[in-house]
Design a protein around this ligand. Structure first.
Ligand code: NAD
Length: 355
């Protein structure tokens, strides 16, 4: 079996922190990937991992993705991410959040946390009781609130850029879009798509959530597995990662993949190339889902939501640029976006050599 050191040396991580608190039952892993551009920042995910390996892999893959995301979004942040093992609906307590907050505090600002799957801005408030290295706080607590609407906005901008490249127009009117996961971000994305007149299919792991969304919006609810077999223009993964894989690429019948979830490609090279070969335009996840981190960064540096909006607007052009380079170089879009992100890190590392 591959050791933790084998994994981190292959992926380039700086530090991995295992956090355990017997009293609250906390089991968490914090992955710090690269801090050349600044302190690592990335949300905390609370999920029912089947085993420790799964949780570690998620922490490593997600924190690496944050390095690319923060870089390509032009933020002065490194990449980090945390996972808490457990069911957010059953196991989350104030004490658990605060125990986690103490581990974040011990890192002295090398890692700043925020929301991800299974976490909310009120959880951030509990973490804030223990450490100042947390963002995505409620507005009433002096933060900039839930980052999800910003994530949904940049995802929507990325989707429109993909439509422009694939169809020659960025209008999504009449397009069939399948949204996998109607959580915090998925819901706001559905709002944008509904306003633009899309035919929306949606699925969610939680039946009550799916019912609520089907009640509130003009969408057609579909089964968890059925989502891969629909005939749509755009497949939008907005749940967990690795849903673009050998199995699903045989089934997906779409022109574009553009969603907010992190690590959509099970294997960046294999499945990025397969999308290219099959003529599916893949909008790199970390490129188009950066709205949330832009807004939490705005909170960290003490600026406003107007600034976040201004930064988010840039995602449309940046996405088009990646598509153009991918077509010109016949390289998969994920590879092109990673190269852009890494170039910024390498360039800034050279500048910092002198102080
Ligand atoms: P969330 O927990 O609010 O929503 C995720 C939803 O996906 C849940 O409703 C869950 O039931 C559903 N889900 C899980 N597995 C599923 C499956 N197999 N099929 C269908 N539905 C499933 O999380 P969120 O904040 O909306 O984040 C969604 C994705 O976007 C995650 O991958 C997250 O890492 C990514 N992301 C979120 C933000 C943000 O601002 N919240 C920012 C960047 C990226």
């Amino acid at each position: 079996m591959e050791s933790v050191f084998d994994k981190v040396s292959a992926m380039g991580h700086e530090q991995v922190v295992y956090c355990h608190d017997k009293e609250t039952g906390l089991k968490a892993i914090i992955g710090i990937h690269n801090t050349v551009l600044g302190p690592s920042l990335g949300g905390t995910r609370m999920w029912m991992y089947e085993n420790e390996q799964q949780a570690l892999n998620d922490a490593l893959r997600l924190s690496r993705g944050m390095t690319f995301k923060n870089s390509i979004a032009g933020l002065n942040l490194g990449g980090g991410k945390a996972v808490i093992i457990g069911d957010a609906k059953k196991h989350k307590t104030e004490a658990l959040m605060r125990a986690f907050g103490r581990f974040v505090k011990n890192l002295n600002g090398k890692y700043i946390t925020a929301e991800d799957v299974g976490m909310t801005s009120s959880d951030m408030e509990h973490i804030f009781a223990e450490t100042k290295h947390v963002s995505g706080l409620p507005e009433a607590r002096g933060g900039l609130g839930d980052p999800s609407p910003f994530t949904a906005y940049t995802t929507y901008m990325g989707m429109k850029a993909a439509a422009k490249k694939a169809y020659g127009s960025d209008s999504l009117e009449g397009k069939a879009v399948s949204v996998q996961g109607a959580g915090n971000v998925g819901k706001y994305l559905i709002e944008f798509l509904e306003k633009e007149g899309c035919k929306i299919y949606v699925t969610d792991y939680y039946e009550d959530r799916l019912k609520q969304i089907a009640n509130d919006y003009k969408v057609e609810a579909v089964g968890l597995d059925e989502i891969y077999d629909l005939n749509v223009d755009i497949y939008s993964p907005c749940a967990l990662g690795a849903t673009v894989n050998n199995d699903t690429l045989k089934r997906l019948n779409c022109d574009i993949i553009a969603g907010c979830s992190n690590n959509q490609l099970a294997d960046e090279k294999v499945h990025g190339d397969l999308c290219l070969e099959k003529g599916i335009l893949y909008a790199p996840d970390f490129l188009i889902n950066c709205g949330g981190v832009i807004n939490v960064y705005a909170e960290v540096i003490g600026t406003t939501k107007d600034w976040s909006q201004y930064k988010c607007e840039k995602v449309y052009d940046q996405t088009l640029k990646v598509f153009e380079a991918s077509a010109a170089e016949n390289k998969n879009t994920q590879e092109v976006a990673i190269e852009i992100a890494m170039k910024r890190i390498e360039d800034i590392a050279k500048v910092k050599v002198t102080y």
